[in-house]
Design a protein around this ligand. Structure first.
Ligand code: FBP
Length: 270
């Protein structure tokens, strides 16, 4: 029951969610945050006004913005794994623990998130951590989101077949929510959603598009393919107007607007 109650704080009544990702300070470094966006409170405040349903972030970001989050009533997903780009390249195919489930609960989490780089030479270590995580979260009634990222040494991580494989594997090892890469077409992403056996699949945002309309078209495509929402970072906080961008994304996810209609309505990407 706890898990169901918490999932209802992440997904709206329509079963869909727009989630702001803010774990980039660890994953990529502060260079990802232009201007005011270096302050997570600034970003979360605007994204909440725009209509995000939840924020997925490191415990430090959640702690820094706790009052903004509490006032806005958005769900909280604490990322419990991470890696930095300061590591040697060959060591970046491994995510390490950066918080415990109890740390997340102490922050009022509605869920936790962990990355598995499927196909990595260090897949074994991430699966060992993941298996413990799922068992602990089952005990506490806490949903677990998996960032199911194919990271083999020789395949394109956006190759539909490896994304489909990652999504299926995530579903089979107990993910409650799957966040993975867009495969570039509705048809191939429909295959990803089907492979996940009913576990909600959300699109991972990716680097900021030069033209916001291109990102909004991807959102429209994945929703049409059966995705249950998006988990987006850079395309929101690197936008000149994060609030308008979230409004446009939410209009596609929750109101069924087309990318063009949403862009026109909120003045982005035209
Ligand atoms: P973006 O929308 O900015 O891509 O955020 C999604 C995300 O998965 C973040 O949660 C994470 O920090 C980042 O992308 C990982 O990107 P990469 O795996 O390419 O380093």
């Amino acid at each position: 029951m706890g898990k169901l109650i918490r999932l209802s704080r992440i997904f709206r009544g329509d079963g869909r969610a727009v989630i702001l990702a803010m774990d980039h300070g660890v994953e990529h470094g502060p260079g990802d945050f232009p201007g005011e966006s270096i302050n997570p409170r600034w970003v979360i405040e605007r994204a909440a006004r725009g209509g995000i349903d939840a924020v997925m972030a490191t415990r430090g970001v959640i702690a820094s913005s706790w009052d903004v989050i509490a006032r806005s009533g958005i769900g909280v997903i604490v990322k419990v794994t991470g890696k930095t780009n300061l590591r040697p390249r060959e060591a970046r195919l491994l995510q390490s623990p950066i918080a415990t489930v109890e740390d997340a609960l102490a922050l009022g989490a509605d869920g936790v998130a962990a990355t598995v780089y499927w196909g990595s030479p260090q897949e074994d270590a991430m699966l060992a951590f993941w298996t413990e995580l799922v068992a602990t979260c089952r005990f506490y009634g806490l949903p677990v989101l998996q960032l199911a990222y194919p990271r083999t040494v020789d395949r394109d991580p956006h190759d539909p077949e490896v994304v489909r494989y990652a999504a299926r594997a995530a579903a089979e090892v107990g993910a409650d929510i799957i966040k993975t890469y867009y495969t570039g077409s509705r048809e191939t992403f429909r295959g990803v959603v089907r492979a996940a056996m009913g576990v909600p699949v959300l699109m991972s945002g990716g680097p900021r598009r030069d033209k916001p309309i291109d990102f909004l078209r991807d959102v429209e495509d994945v929703i049409a393919a059966g995705a249950r929402g998006v988990v987006v970072g850079r395309n929101v906080f690197q936008s000149p107007d994060p609030e308008a961008m979230v409004k446009a994304i939410a209009a596609i996810v929750h109101e069924g607007l087309s990318a063009e209609e949403a862009a026109r309505k909120y003045g982005v990407g035209l």
